[in-house]
Design a binder for this molecule. Structure first.
Ligand SMILES: Cc1cc2nc3c(=O)[nH]c(=O)nc-3n(C[C@H](O)[C@H](O)[C@H](O)COP(=O)(O)O)c2cc1C
Length: 336
């Protein structure tokens, strides 16, 4: 068996931190990253992460238990910072002894990092800038995922290549930094590891794995799409600060525009506050993603996908995807 020694050496810090064979995280994807995909990733030597999304504490409890039944390997949980029951979710993670929690979706609320540490979890944050990266580390984050705007789902404004150049030289020698967004092949992994990253996170490349429960029509849409089809949502009203989402263009993309106009009118009429407006927008995405992933409504649902979707052309088991990535990474490093 090929042991990929150069890759292993460059990923050593990351895999030791995660407790996995390889420092390759499958980024949490709402509705997609449930027990089947998460356990398959961890069983194949990567690191699976449950997407809690809008789940209630009871649902998260069941999902963690279900995942534990399918793998004895370490896996993580991704919690969205704006979840109204964030601290109850943290408690559930603590009760299950979840080793790693990723805090996504904005600045972690006061006390959340401390609560996770008290619960025995290591905390991974996703800073959109160098300044916030430093702030999260000062606040106690154990590791960072820097995610560029090539990624699928909710995105920041800066590309992975620029974030990597801004953050890795400054922080990667002394801290654990994983790179995400737009990674479809192992050659790119090799490049980020050489720049100092301790590992990588991919989403789009794993969304259509054989073990993913995504609807066959959702997967077909991915196989047909090219990079240019994965577009960002448009902000209709400057007062309504919606976080851009990258997804395959379809009728659902236009419906989001209509939803923003509807919410902006409610704001104008003083019928809702800004916080409620933003929550309505996020509920729209959660519902739309469910329609595409679970029901297979690829016309009206949300097909969240990164630009690397063009490199996803067929359904493959997770183990094969990881082996392909490692082979490409190792070959690139050997050629140097
Ligand atoms: C369908 C889909 C759903 C996602 N949902 C979430 C989520 O709930 N929480 C989160 O932190 N990131 C989410 N992401 C981002 C992924 O975790 C990951 O960081 C991203 O996919 C990496 O970029 P890539 O798609 O270019 O590989 C999602 C991505 C996709 C494609």
């Amino acid at each position: 068996m090929n042991d990929y020694p150069k890759t292993r050496a460059l990923m050593a810090r990351g895999s030791e931190f995660l407790g996995s064979d390889w420092a390759i995280l499958c980024g949490a994807m709402s509705w997609v990253s449930e027990r089947n995909l998460v356990s398959a990733i961890s069983n194949a030597g990567g690191f699976g992460v449950i997407a809690c999304g809008a789940m209630t504490p009871d649902l998260l409890d069941a999902e963690i238990a279900g995942t534990k039944a399918l793998t004895g390997k370490p896996f993580g949980v991704n919690l969205i910072t704006m979840h109204p029951q964030l601290f109850d979710l943290i408690e559930i993670c603590g009760r299950h002894g979840v080793g790693h929690v990723v805090l996504a979706g904005g600045i972690p609320p006061k006390g959340s990092i401390e609560a996770l540490k008290d619960a025995g979890a290591r905390v991974i944050c996703i800073p959109p800038t160098l300044a916030l990266a430093k702030k999260y580390l000062r606040s106690g984050a154990d590791a960072l995922v820097i995610e560029g705007m090539e990624a699928g789902g909710h995105i920041g404004p800066v590309s992975t290549s620029v974030l990597a150049q801004e953050i890795l030289p400054e922080l990667a020698a002394d801290h654990l930094v994983f790179v995400a967004g737009g990674i479809g092949r192992g050659e790119a992994i090799a490049g980020y590891l050489e720049m100092g990253a301790c590992g990588v996170q991919l989403g789009t490349r794993f969304a259509c794995a054989s073990e993913s429960i995504a609807h066959p029509d959702f997967k077909k849409a991915f196989f047909r799409a090219s990079a240019r089809d994965a577009v960002t949502s448009v902000q209709v009203d400057p007062r309504l600060p919606v976080i851009p989402v990258r997804a395959l263009k379809n009728k659902g993309t236009d419906e989001f525009t209509a939803k923003q106009i509807e919410v902006a009118k409610l704001l104008d009429a003083g019928e809702i506050e800004m916080g409620e407006a933003q929550l309505q927008i996020e509920h729209f995405w959660a519902g739309a993603l469910r329609r595409a992933v679970i029901d297979g409504d690829v016309e009206n649902g949300s097909l969240m996908a990164g630009q690397s979707v063009g490199m996803v052309s067929a359904e493959e088991p997770v183990g094969e995807i990881i082996a392909t990535l490692l082979g490409e990474c190792e070959a690139a490093l050997e050629k140097r």
